[in-house]
Design a protein around this ligand. Sequence first.
Ligand code: AMP
Length: 463
Amino acid sequence: MCGVFGVSGVPDAARLTYLGLYALQHRGQESAGIVAVDEQARARAHRGMGLVSENFNEGSLAKLLGDVAVGHTRYSTAGSSVIGNAQPLLIDYREGPLTVAHNGNLTNAPALRRELVDAGSIFTTTTDTEVLLHLIARSRKTSPEEQIREALERCEGAFTLLLSVGRTIYAVVDPRGFRPLVLGRIAGGVVIASETCALDLVGATMVCELQPGQFLKIEDGHITELPRLLPRPESRCVFELVYFGRPDSRIFGESVDRVRRELGRELARRHPAPGAEVVFSVPDSSNAMALGFAEVSGIKLENGLIRNHYVGRTFINPSQALRVAKVKIKFNPVRGVIEGKRVVMVDDSLVRGTTSKGLVQMIRAAGAKEVHLRLGSPPITGPCHYGIDTPTREELIGANHSIAEIREYLGVDSLGYLPLDGMLHAAGTRSKFCHACFSGAYPTDISEDLVSLRHAPPITASA
Ligand code: AMP
């Protein structure tokens, strides 16, 4: 998953972008980057591995001159976690410097890449975003917007994009609308961001959320709406609301906090835990769910687990050994809340099961009499091909085991998953959702080689 942030028509745009990226840090912690464009359409980039705070300082920001900027926070779902794949990508093409910041995955990237390589294209990254750059550069259309449109009409899958060509920014959301993008205004300029919490941070006023297929051109703070991309059935990613987005954001017209509370309420209705004395969340993504669960069940809400905020999300770290160690680094139970009690632990989802298994062991060691696990989404049974980093089917506990087996593996007294209809009820009726990772109903064709290519080794300079 990734976060994107763009600015047009605001002096020192890179500094505003830098602030905006802080609010999008949860969407990607592997690399961060900004490209700024000055009044003469000269583009300068600064990218690095790690967090926004680790990558930028007074010196690097001072070099990013101009009133146009595009920023990105990344965690890899296509292409490996190396600096060469950090975004925004910046190339020179016939219309000037071209920058792209991408959130999502192109599901037909392997096929497009093969076709481009056969035709002589040379790739310098393993990201599917570079495929898009080649398609734009090879287009015979005469204007940048027509070149971009032609390239995008060949792409399948999820692409929420910020592109800049010279001093013009293009903001676009794929016709299915998998990933969010919002438009805001600030001091005569324009701000575009993955989530509204980034608009809040920089003090921008929200104008609207981009609809599926919407294509905007932004020049010197002026917005022009270009014809939309060819329509496809809407399929907003429900996991944005369940896990990914920040609760203080509005995504797909919904308050993420409202949806999460409702997920918790629905969970309490479907899977109550009679006799339990305490309910707590696995912070932070399920805090609002535990609140909703407590509200409906009448079970007392407590802070049973304390999260160390100075560790990145465990799942995001790509190596398995580190992931296990990180559960302990990240969470510690509050003995006074748990000891001698029958407890309900609420989490948003179960992926491999490693976090929950470790947590249950810790909670039992802290003296819990019974542990009941409640999950605000159904079993994850397949990988996401649209930008969420889920592992292969083999690694997904929900894909290969029955509820009874999972309960036993985790060592809990009872286990309750929110069923698909309950999750969709909580997500609201404003959008049509993609729930492929839970239901197997993938809204696009999925090629055999998609998963293997996604984790292809990095391209290195030496053989
Ligand atoms: P696991 O231990 O592998 O089952 O991971 C479950 C935990 O990871 C839950 O607490 C979720 O909040 C969190 N999680 C779910 N999906 C993701 C994701 N795509 N990236 C990072 N963390 C996730």
